[in-house]
Design a protein around this ligand. Structure first.
Ligand SMILES: [Zn+2]
Length: 197
């Protein structure tokens, strides 16, 4: 029977995606066994992140600085912008190092069912970013879901007035699939086969 504090740690960890109660108990057990090395490092890392975590005012990514590491990186191609629904999608695409441009996080997708309209997403800031003509290409990297594709069509229409190459991720994404869950090969194929909308 573990103490109240250890139980509390278990239940916090159990809420993490992909863990669950059983894995959380194993993680706690490991931390208890390796407390001298693992605990201070974990505490320090959590503390550093919780103190500095901030949303990038340019792209909507979450990082420990604003502008985020991607927006601040001068090696990135400022002329190419990849629009995604969620921060997880930025991380998935960037983990695979397939896209050399910058990102724009919408913060969701259009959904009549959930009452999510254009004004609820970071669309105005996207229009601001392309308005000065510094962007040549916008890649619409929405999820291959009905709502994701509706959002892509809406954005394509809004972006039409600008002198831009508008592209969209091609087949390679499974129907109903979400970017964050795809392997790098599938993501690479989808990015290579992107096409004008
Ligand atoms: Zn950013």
């Amino acid at each position: 029977m573990a103490s109240q504090e250890i139980e509390a740690l278990s239940s916090v960890l159990a809420r993490l995606p992909g863990l669950g109660p059983r894995s959380a108990r194993r993680a706690v057990l490991w931390l208890v066994k390796n407390r001298e090395q693992a605990l201070p490092a974990l505490l320090e890392a959590l503390d550093a992140v919780s103190e500095t975590l901030v949303e990038c005012q340019t792209c909507g990514n979450v990082d420990t600085r604003d502008p985020c590491g991607i927006c601040a990186d001068p090696r990135r191609d400022a002329k190419a912008l990849c629009v995604v629904e969620d921060v997880a999608d930025v991380w998935a695409l960037d983990r695979a190092r397939l896209f050399q441009g910058r990102y724009h996080v919408l913060g969701g997708r259009l959904s009549a069912l959930d009452g999510v309209g254009p004004e609820d997403l970071n669309i105005a800031s996207l229009m601001d970013r392309v308005a000065d003509g510094s962007v040549d290409e916008v890649v619409l990297a929405m999820n291959a879901t009905l709502e994701g594709q509706t959002t892509a069509h809406y954005l394509a229409e809004r972006l039409e007035e600008h002198n831009l190459r508008i592209t969209q991720l091609a087949h390679g994404l499974p129907v109903g699939g979400e970017l964050d869950y795809l392997d790098e090969g599938t993501l690479a194929q989808a990015l290579r086969a992107r096409r004008p909308v």
